[in-house]
Design a protein. Structure first.
Length: 243
């Protein structure tokens, strides 16, 4: 069943109104008609099954059939701090991280980050990344779209950035002993930060800074992974360990 996201203001039980660009997609791409059913999600992860009862030029009115249970209510929130990679690799990372179920994605600028963004290119990339999260959320049938924040610089990060997390985890090629399973076999976590380094890896000073913030370094095996591979591998392993 097709899935769409609307502002909470557009949900007025027993009706839902779609007024954004999805109107054209529903009418002219999917060619849905009166009586067809879709899934609608709002800003607060509420999920509804509804049917189309009226189609206008710039608005579609739906009737709520039922409110669905929140399938993610007990699932831990994972924030991905992803060092900005070259070219379009970030697009792939964001798409796959969204499909896997991350709560938030924060682009990270590190000592060895090559990408330089001015205000114009940053706005363009943020808009593209947000579109990718919407598309991936629809495809993977998520009840919420992950947040994409503005980039932050690792050198300027303060300890309070990580206060909301009960686990901060960093894959690092020099960590040889502790695995993801070692950490998750001992404790349970509700709010997790995953920090991924750039193509050239973290500097020793950056690792020290993260360890000072009580981050835990983990190994992803003997092979050295690309940044776009490392992020997806560790997310997949974490979600697997979480069941």
């Amino acid at each position: 069943m097709h899935r769409f996201f609307v502002s909470t203001d557009n949900i007025k039980p027993p009706e839902i109104f779609i007024t954004n660009s999805d109107v054209n997609h529903i009418k002219n791409v999917l060619r849905l008609s009166l009586g067809d059913k879709i899934i609608v999600c709002d800003d607060f992860r509420n999920e509804y099954r509804a049917k189309i009862v009226e189609i206008e030029k710039n608005k579609i009115r739906l009737e709520i059939i039922e409110k669905l249970p929140d399938k993610d209510i007990y699932f831990p929130k994972i924030t991905l701090f992803q060092s900005l990679p070259k070219s379009s690799k970030m697009d792939l990372i964001i798409r796959q991280a969204t499909e896997l179920g991350v709560f938030r994605i924060t682009p990270l600028i590190t000592e060895r980050t090559i990408v330089k963004l001015d205000s114009v290119s940053l706005e363009s990339r943020l808009n593209r990344w947000k579109k990718i999260t919407i598309e991936a959320s629809k495809q993977s049938q998520r009840s919420a779209i992950p947040e994409i924040t503005n980039p932050i610089e690792l050198i300027n990060i303060k300890e309070d950035v990580f206060k909301e997390f009960d686990l901060v985890i960093v894959p690092w090629e020099k960590e040889k002993k502790t695995s993801v399973r070692d950490i998750f076999s001992k404790e349970s976590f509700k709010n997790i930060a995953v920090i991924i380094g750039p193509e050239g890896g973290f500097s020793e000073e950056e690792i020290k800074k993260l360890l000072d913030f009580n981050a835990k370094t983990v190994t992803l095996g003997r092979n050295i992974l690309r940044t776009e591979t490392a992020s997806i591998v560790i997310l997949a392993v974490i979600f697997y360990e979480l069941g």
